[in-house]
Design a protein around this ligand. Structure first.
Ligand code: ADQ
Length: 492
């Protein structure tokens, strides 16, 4: 078995600090077992970047850095990746900010990453590229004659074809994706969007075995919903919660990077509406909403805007409803350590995970993992998070529907212990089986079977999509029936 070469925008740190959580936990086992190399941008930028990788040896796997220039950091990373691709892939054409130098920088950096990688490759290596910053890497590697299996995983959602067409280079991006052997996506909805895009952008043909045929080669597209170290997170939450007392009020919690895709203003408005409704007055003074939202991508205008918007909303809510003894909303604008977050989740009655569009959303899974199974909290989850295809026993909401979200907060706070336990058990059992180790294993097995002649024994993109859609429809029906019977009960 050859080595695993992971390529991502950021590599783990050389000293292992900050490994907890995220992809490192997911991939460390495979990197150790297969012998591995993880390639990512050097956190420092350079005036004259070198074209060679600098390799560092860690006990578990090697890390190699590529260098990018100060200008490329602006144009490739903050520019094309985060001001064009991020908004478009999250359906926000209105927030796309295109400048002429962005797109050349994106392809230039990706070409350089491919060129710097080639001298380090061995014929039996498997390459796994991560996320939207690096879509063109496989095509650049193929141009350089690389025949190794190359996989890609997109952590963010795939928009519909009309939205993607707003990017002038939409066909070039699609061709880039088609140079991989296996494109892994978060959810069934993404698979169906990407199949449509490939057909329209590059005339790809869907084969009976589920692969897409493009330009004389085949690419497989399938959903591999990412997950967490469920049991590890649960233990951490138990430990952390034991160290501090539960709060004297019912806590609602939201934990997000401060990003416009996360639906934070709508969430604040829903909480405000919940407080405003006469039937919820008895919760005043007995509930508190804690929102943790550290800044990201400072310098991109859309992020500065959302920050100001939230500060104003938090001030408005506290000003209108707060008393000397009660602060209705607590807003922390910096990251918290994972262990502390885990304890806070466990001591919360409700989690508000209400993105407008999200690849997966791991906070939803972390909240479920952290709960006390005998007295669990309730997850309010946006139907537009990839996680909604799996966590069907959550209270699913449309984050744009402020009234529905406000009512869901009341429903969650008033929910009986028996219903909370039943809903939590369904979600927990799902993520206990489908954890991060299962994600990595399934993806790599499928990638191993994807190169060259297609192996018909693996589940095809279409099979997966249809199965997920079927179970999604069933889950929604169950959820509706459950919601219906509860609201009927409460009216009787
Ligand atoms: P993100 O958009 O960063 O990731 P998400 O999955 O919610 O979104 O969070 C990733 C991690 O960051 C979680 O482990 C979470 O605990 C941590 N985190 C978030 N907010 C935090 C805070 N305020 N303080 C400390 N830690 C915080 C992208 C996609 C997602 C996809 C992931 C993984 O946008 O849709 O789920 O990648 O594929």
């Amino acid at each position: 078995m050859g080595r695993l070469i992971v390529v991502s925008n950021r590599a783990p740190s050389v000293d292992g600090a900050g490994d907890a959580g995220g992809l490192v936990v997911a991939l460390r086992g495979s990197l150790e077992e297969m012998g591995g190399l993880w390639i990512g941008a050097n956190p420092q930028t350079y005036e004259q970047p070198s074209t060679e990788l600098t390799v560092h040896h860690r006990a578990d796997f090697d890390i190699a850095h590529f260098q990018i220039s100060d200008a490329d950091q602006e144009d490739y990373y903050l520019g094309y990746a985060n001001s064009v691709l991020w908004p478009i892939f999250h359906g926000r054409v209105d927030l796309m900010e295109m400048q002429t130098q962005f797109s050349p920088a994106y392809w230039r950096v990706n070409k350089r990453v491919a060129e710097s990688l080639v001298p380090h490759l061995k014929p039996d290596d498997t390459i796994w590229v991560q996320d939207y910053q690096l879509i063109p890497v496989a095509r650049e590697l193929r141009k350089l004659g690389v025949k190794n299996p190359i996989g890609f995983f997109l952590h963010i959602p795939v928009p519909d074809v009309q939205t993607l067409r707003a990017v002038p280079e939409w066909k070039k991006l699609t061709r880039g994706l088609c140079a991989y052997d296996l494109v892994g996506l978060q959810a069934a909805r993404d698979v169906s969007n990407l199949i449509d895009i490939c057909q329209r952008a590059v005339g790809a043909e869907l084969l009976p075995n589920g692969a897409m045929a493009v330009e004389g080669r085949q690419v497989r597209i399938a959903a591999f919903p990412i997950s967490i170290d469920t049991k590890g997170f649960r233990k951490m939450a138990q430990r952390a919660a034991a160290e501090r007392p539960a709060p004297p009020f019912a806590r609602l919690i939201g934990v997000d990077r401060l990003d416009y895709s996360k639906g934070l203003p709508q969430r604040f408005e829903a909480y405000e509406r919940f407080l405003e409704k006469p039937e919820n007055q008895h919760w005043h003074g007995r509930v508190q909403f804690l929102q943790v939202a550290p800044p990201t991508r400072a310098g991109v205008d859309a992020y500065d805007d959302i920050r100001h918007q939230l500060e104003a909303l938090a001030g408005r809510i506290n000003g209108a409803y707060g008393t000397v003894d009660w602060t209705p909303i607590q807003y922390i604008h910096r990251p918290l350590p994972r262990e502390e977050l885990a304890g806070l989740y466990r001591h919360s009655r409700v989690a508000l995970v209400t993105p407008l569009f999200d690849g997966m959303n791991l906070v939803a899974k972390e909240f479920v993992a952290a709960q006390d199974e005998d007295d669990p909290g309730v997850l309010i989850l946006s139907q537009f998070a990839g996680a909604a295809e799996e966590l069907k026993s959550a209270l699913l909401v449309n984050p744009h529907d402020i009234e529905q979200c406000a009512d869901s907060i009341a429903e969650a706070l008033n929910m009986s212990a028996a219903t909370r336990i039943r809903r939590h058990t369904l979600s927990y059992d799902h993520i206990a089986t489908n954890d991060i180790a299962a994600w990595t294993r399934t993806y790599l097995e499928n990638l191993a079977n994807s190169g060259g002649e297609q192996d018909r024994s693996i589940e095809t993109a279409i099979d997966r999509m249809l199965n997920m859609e079927r179970s999604m429809a069933q889950g929604l029906a169950e959820h509706r029936a459950d919601t219906f019977s509860q609201s009927t009960r409460s009216k009787l």
